[in-house]
Design a protein around this ligand. Structure first.
Ligand code: BV8
Ligand code: ZN
Length: 244
């Protein structure tokens, strides 16, 4: 795979790199994306039916079971070459931060050290009532109960209508504002406020690089559009940098 010489030159001199990822970066691990018609999680469900506090209040068993199914699926998959190449990139720059919308923890399992999870992590259980961490292993009730207040446990992810963790959002914003290069990998960039980060980065002077096999809302503002699967593009980019 060939890359634009301008991009390679910019990567050669870049000090701060941000890698903003969505479900597409985990697609080649076998984790369904949200919107892809054939495999999309939401092809069969509507987000508002499952990924909201109202849905959990209305039908905690169905919402818990949907996340339990996703958690089991994620537990059975491995990071793919895209996750590993992104982890491999971190030693080539003074600072490389992954800002992910994904809740699957695959960047960390691939070796990425500086990961901001904007939308939480599916492996964490929190009490829906008191907010404290839970352990879903005990007992057979679905959803499991909080050992502190007996409230129902929920997945530690950010649902629609819920605020992003303030520290995660603040760190992501600062990262976008200071990045020399801002990669946008495997995201349809439709969910806010996460989708505003590429705009923030570009406005602050970052070179915006879009990696996606399909067109997205952010192609128009990208300086470089690398049309392809992340599992092919990112290892090829890492190899191109290693040849420098
Ligand atoms: C907030 C965790 C405010 C849960 C997620 C009306 C009512 C209420 C809210 C809103 C509203 N209108 C707008 C909003 C705001 C809302 C929103 O943005 N809604 C959308 C639907 C319009 N946002 C929120 O509610 C956020 N909170 O705004 O709070 C607030 C303020 C103050 C006080 C209180 C509240 C919270 C949003 C977080 C939702 N949680 N995830 C879970 O996982 O179940 S979002 C979830 O969906 C993901 O985390 C991700 O962010 C998003 C999916 O997007 P993508 O990751 O991009 O995935 P997608 O399938 O869309 O695209 C995949 C891409 O990969 C495609 O482009 C495809 O081409 C590409 N691809 C495929 N294969 C590959 C590939 N790319 C590379 N390689 C491949 N091999
Ligand atoms: Zn509790």
């Amino acid at each position: 795979m060939d890359f634009d010489a301008g991009l390679i030159d910019r990567l050669r001199t870049a000090r701060r790199v941000a890698v903003f990822t969505g479900a597409g970066v985990s697609a080649e691990s076998g984790v369904p994306t949200f919107r892809d018609a054939q495999t999309g999680l939401w092809a069969r469900f509507r987000p508002e039916d499952l990924a909201t506090p109202e849905a959990f209040r209305r039908d905690p068993v169905t919402v818990w079971n949907w996340y339990a199914w996703r958690r089991e699926l994620i537990g059975a998959v491995q990071p793919n070459p895209a996750h590993r190449a992104i982890a491999g990139l971190q030693q080539r720059f003074a600072a490389l931060t992954v800002i992910t919308q994904n809740v699957d923890g695959l960047h960390q399992r691939a070796g990425s050290r500086d990961v901001i999870e904007l939308h939480g992590n599916i492996g964490i259980d929190l009490c829906f009532e008191c907010g404290r961490r839970g352990q879903s292993g005990a007992g057979t009730e679905v959803p499991p109960r909080c050992v502190h207040c007996n409230g129902r446990l929920r997945p530690g992810v950010v649902w629609f209508g819920e605020s992003l963790p303030p520290s995660a959002w603040d760190s992501a914003l600062e990262c976008a504002q200071r990045a020399d290069i801002f990669f946008c990998i495997g995201t349809s960039s439709l969910v806010e406020p996460a989708a505003s980060l590429p705009h923030t980065a570009r406005a602050a002077g970052a070179v915006l690089v879009q990696v996606n096999p399909a067109p997205t809302a952010h192609d128009a503002i990208a300086h470089h559009v690398l049309r392809g699967k992340a599992g092919l593009v990112m290892p090829a980019l890492l190899q191109a940098l290693e040849r420098m």
